[in-house]
Design a protein around this ligand. Sequence first.
Ligand SMILES: Cc1ncc(C[n+]2csc(CCOP(=O)(O)OP(=O)(O)O)c2C)c(N)n1
Ligand SMILES: CC(=O)[C@@H](O)[C@H](O)COP(=O)(O)O
Ligand SMILES: [Mg+2]
Length: 630
Amino acid sequence: MAKLLDGIHAPGDFRRFTVSQLRQLAQEIRQDILDTTARQGGHVGASLGAVELVLALHYVYNTPEDKVIFDIGHQAYAHKIITGRRAEFPSIRQLGGLSGFLKRHESPYDVWEAGHAGTSLSGAVGLAVARQFTGADYRVAALIGDGALTAGMAWEALNQLGHLGTPMTVLVNDNSMSIAPNVGAFSRYLTELRTAPSYMRLKQDLDQALESLPLFGSRLRWTAERLKELAHAAILPDNVFEALGFKYYGPIDGHDLDGLIPVLRTARDADGPVVVHVITQKGKGYKPAEERPVQFHGPGPFERTSGEMIKKAEPPSYSLVFSRTLVELAKDRPDIVAITAAMPDGTKLDYFQSQYPDRFFDVGIAEQHAATFAAGLAMAGMRPVFAVYSTFLQRAYDQVIHDICHQNLPVLFGVDRAGLVGGDGATHQGVYDMAFLRTVPNLEIAMGKDESELRQLVAAALDRPGPVAVRYPRGAGRGLSLDEPFGTLEWGRAEWLRHGRDVTFIALGPMVYKAMEAAELLADQGIEAGVLNARFVKPLDGEALKQAVQESRALMTVEEHAVAGGFGAAVAEWVIAQGLSVPLRIEGLPDVFIDHGPTDYYLDLYGLSAEALSRKAVEWLERLSSEVQP
Ligand SMILES: Cc1ncc(C[n+]2csc(CCOP(=O)(O)OP(=O)(O)O)c2C)c(N)n1
Ligand SMILES: CC(=O)[C@@H](O)[C@H](O)COP(=O)(O)O
Ligand SMILES: [Mg+2]
């Protein structure tokens, strides 16, 4: 049967639709989203929950001339489908396919690129304020979730916007969920707004009455406006948005296009900033996602009818090993407390939470606060552990330097997702943290070659006198036994795995195993390659490095991190500082943003597979030999 969606190539194709046609369109879009995500995963729940919001925004605003901005962008699958990318939609998050987030090179409708939470409002305020200089007269609307609204940045933008009074719509998509259930006093406040039905009804009645009044600015309208304000003040005396200088419309049902469209029109035409607060359900229209919103935030492939996840059996993830290790240690260490910034599931700290609920803190999407909160805890004698994705730690850089390291406080960072991450792509790659952490005095940095070393490093790190960052990658470990007693790893010491006089690979993290494979391949060709498992990035194990310089003709560092400022750069700095002269190559990731796609593909592309490493070593050694020939 022909679908309405078949005729939609741009929002202009449905701007004349009736609301009942829009409703049908919404259902068809949901089917498209499920067809693709069931096969390959993706951000299912948020995207299903925002379908009507996306339709209403494109219906009311004259996109792409008007600027509609999405916070994070993980909820924008409907937006992709109705802005000319339906045919490519099945390629989303796949190598060479559509990004899972907005990308300006993909479409003129993708105004703002993100992936991290809380940036939409600042970007939108910039676009809105720019109009007064450029003379452009587009309208600006930003869609931001209740979770993203826990980010400090979002409030910095509201603060400025409320002060300036610049016309702009802030559409708050409140589903009471971050990835996990949303937390915090502001989340509680939104719930209070949601559950004040008399307020909601009265506001809607008043708004409708206002709509029907003629002549904007008339005395009658002025009186009605004042009446409305009085009524608001009487029922909810301190609506935080109104106190900040916004007109507040809501809460309204974000799946009800009949109600949503007129309110958005009013907001669009307002002469100042407006907050439209809508209530939606994460996963709307797909029962398994409605019932299990955490699991359906960003699942892998699932069985469409039952909603069961299609998972291959694999060893526990590094994140789970990290969390389990904390639980092991916490038994005898009442000083250990764990912190996440809205990622209890991803970091697997939810396991720690299940064992030690009183010693677990989810602070919301607030990495900066999480870091400084940890500093305060550490100052008072606690041992805070902040498990945070490498990419999100970027946001807390000043806090790392100024609050933690400057005061030399013993905070442990569990730097999760260190390395390439796969489907999320450029905004989420954990390939910069060594570059920005290595420069900070007092901070020690380590990464084990596997989950067993991760476990030992965590235990050892919690006995260090100052701050430590322990890195570990996304995904499954190697399935190693995790029963050995703690204390088998000497802090600061690298591990020799094999010796070779031709070249020594000095590798970090799981790249150690690639280096071992490369060494085997080289051995088959008669080349002797050593492998040093560095383990420590800061401080480096100088003794082991000296030994490597002495016993090999050449050194090759290997890391899954940007070459610029990374582990190899640290080794190069050490070589120079020692006044040594040794051929040294740094193998890592280039100075480009790396898109979505399988990690192994990019490791291969950038010469970090075992085959590529061995090939490069052969070529390099040949070149070195020819260079020394007379
Ligand atoms: C700075 C930052 N921290 C953490 C995340 C991980 N993250 C992605 S989506 C999300 C939840 C967002 O909740 P909300 O804005 O309410 O959107 P919803 O998924 O509920 O639609 C989180 C924590 C992120 N993208 N950026
Ligand atoms: C949008 C976002 O930032 C998260 O949903 C992220 O995609 C989670 O990544 P993991 O799948 O690695 O937990
Ligand atoms: Mg939410």
